[in-house]
Design a protein around this ligand. Structure first.
Ligand SMILES: Cc1cc2nc3c(=O)[nH]c(=O)nc-3n(C[C@H](O)[C@H](O)[C@H](O)COP(=O)(O)OP(=O)(O)OC[C@H]3O[C@@H](n4cnc5c(N)ncnc54)[C@H](O)[C@@H]3O)c2cc1C
Length: 462
């Protein structure tokens, strides 16, 4: 790399993608700097996956206490203290912030705690220090932020997931606007911790894009738990009435809550980034446009992670960053692979899914065999919990290859991760069947679903 520049690589954004790219580039000997304007670790560590999972763990205990009774336990006097949970979570996150910084510093990367904006295709301006820094390659990994784009009156009273992690107290009742995975997860978190939860969503079913059977199973379970669902209508207004917020929908339904949380999508962090100074183009949806190697419309500027809007998940941002470093600093052009990415929705019970939904497979022209099972997990036979588990395999009828696996039930996320390896290797249904099970587990049902439920052809989609 040329010594004409201060650095070989300048990374803007110290989140999942940025930190991984900076670390790997520095390990390969590239002179690397990374700017972060807030806290290292980005969304995932500070206001995403990790703090959310702590809240998910916390919200599980009341059901565990209930289940324990069938196993002979009496749990008396259990009490929950929100400030303790939040303080413990924050302490752990502070530790992780340090870990992410050191990951870049250890191989010689330079940490810059500042907001960085593009001045031209090789120059970055640091807003707080007022310095300009040059680099041969620039990586934009600025992530995203929760959308507040709603026409609802009084929306300024609403919080988003960012603030939900820092509430002073647990709301006795909360309304959540949205039907994506963040809305569904927070509905379960607050419900599990004891809040009254209302979820308002303009669609007819939560989790658009997921397999229909998963959507049905989750929605039914939410209703059974007592989460109030207001569907197929828009949230139109809210106003403060005393210490509560009174809200309304277009259909005239009303709700009262201590907090109203918007979970209506996320937007890319590109405002004021100086993209126009360098000529970096955007997609029609406002993300940074990149080619298959994550290169932007300017050939020395790359982008990875949520700011590119490809698949907004932490492991995907990390994977894209690893491919970027291989391509630019390893002389090995490597395009990220976005197929068969397993993912989880941490509701209770949770969802684990990998590969094509039935609808997506049909849309792609496959004729599919559907295998499905629904059963009562062994643990619940003593606990008495009336919660069934659902597993579904979408199989290519022509080749017998398993195209998708969709699980609703305890530990579904853990299972999806392992099934993803088999699917990535091209496993067939016959190979699933030839696998001897681990007994007694829930996962064993995946290799013992014998009877085909249906065969569907692309035409049957309508
Ligand atoms: C509530 C919630 C739950 C989630 N749960 C999961 C989950 O369970 N599993 C999962 O895989 N994903 C989850 N995600 C998504 C995941 O957090 C993101 O996909 C991931 O963090 C994206 O990484 P990134 O590197 O693209 O950006 P980010 O992690 O957002 O990092 C971008 C960083 O850039 C910094 N920055 C922005 N602009 C500038 C600038 N001009 N100068 C300097 N710094 C700048 C920001 O401060 C930020 O730290 C969740 C997200 C949310 C909001």
């Amino acid at each position: 790399m040329s010594k004409r520049f201060d650095f070989d690589l300048f990374v803007i954004g110290g989140g999942s993608g940025g930190v991984r790219a900076a670390r790997l580039a520095a390990e390969r000997g590239a002179r690397t700097a990374i700017a972060e304007e807030a806290s290292f670790g980005g969304t995932c560590v500070n206001r995403g996956c990790i703090p959310k999972k702590f809240l998910v763990y916390a919200c599980a205990f009341p059901e565990e206490f209930e289940d324990a009774v069938g196993y002979g336990w009496t749990v008396e006097g259990a009490k929950f203290d929100w400030p303790t949970l939040i303080a413990n979570k924050d302490r752990q996150i502070e530790r992780l912030n340090g870990y992410y910084r050191r990951a870049v510093e250890r191989p010689g990367g330079v940490i810059i705690e500042d907001r960085a904006v593009l001045k031209d295709r090789h120059t970055v301006h640091l807003m707080r220090s007022g310095r300009d820094v040059t680099a041969e390659a620039i990586l934009i990994a600025t992530g995203g932020y929760p959308s507040r784009m709603t026409d609802a009156e009084g929306a300024e009273l609403c919080i988003t997931s960012d603030e939900a992690f820092h509430l002073k107290s647990l709301p006795k009742c909360i309304a959540i606007i949205g039907g994506g995975y963040i809305a569904a997860e927070f509905a379960h978190i607050f419900h599990g911790l004891g809040s009254d939860v209302t979820l308002i969503y303009r669609g007819s079913k939560v989790l658009r894009g997921f397999d229909e059977d998963l959507r049905d199973a989750l929605q039914e379970s939410m209703r059974k738990k007592g989460i109030r669902l207001i569907l197929e209508t828009m949230f139109t207004s809210c106003r403060r009435v005393g210490d509560r917020i009174h809200g309304e929908t277009r259909a005239g339904e009303t709700f009262d809550a201590e907090q109203v949380m918007l979970a209506i999508g996320r937007l890319p962090n590109i405002q004021g980034l100086g993209l126009e100074n360098a000529g970096v183009k955007l997609t029609p949806r406002g993300h940074i446009e990149v080619d298959r190697y994550s290169r932007s419309s300017v050939d020395n500027i790359y982008a990875v992670g949520d700011v590119t809007g490809r698949l907004e998940l932490t492991p995907v941002a990390i994977h894209e960053a690893m491919c970027f470093v291989k391509t630019v600093f390893g002389g090995e052009p490597t395009a990220p692979d976005h197929e068969l990415v397993a993912t989880a929705v941490f509701t209770r019970p949770e969802i684990g899914t990998v590969g094509l939904s039935e609808a997506k497979a049909l849309e792609r022209g496959y004729t599919v065999d559907i295998y499905k099972t629904s059963f009562w997990p062994l643990k619940h036979t003593l606990s008495g919990r009336q919660e069934r588990m659902m597993m579904k395999l979408v199989v290519d009828a022509k080749t017998d290859r398993v195209l998708g696996c969709h699980i609703f039930g305890p530990e579904a996320g853990e299972m999806a991760q392992l099934v993803a390896i088999a699917l990535k290797m091209g496993a067939t249904k016959a190979q699933f069947d030839a696998t001897v099970s681990v007994h007694p587990t829930m996962a064993e049902e995946l290799v013992t679903i014998r009877s085909k439920m249906a065969t569907r052809t692309p035409g049957s989609l309508a």
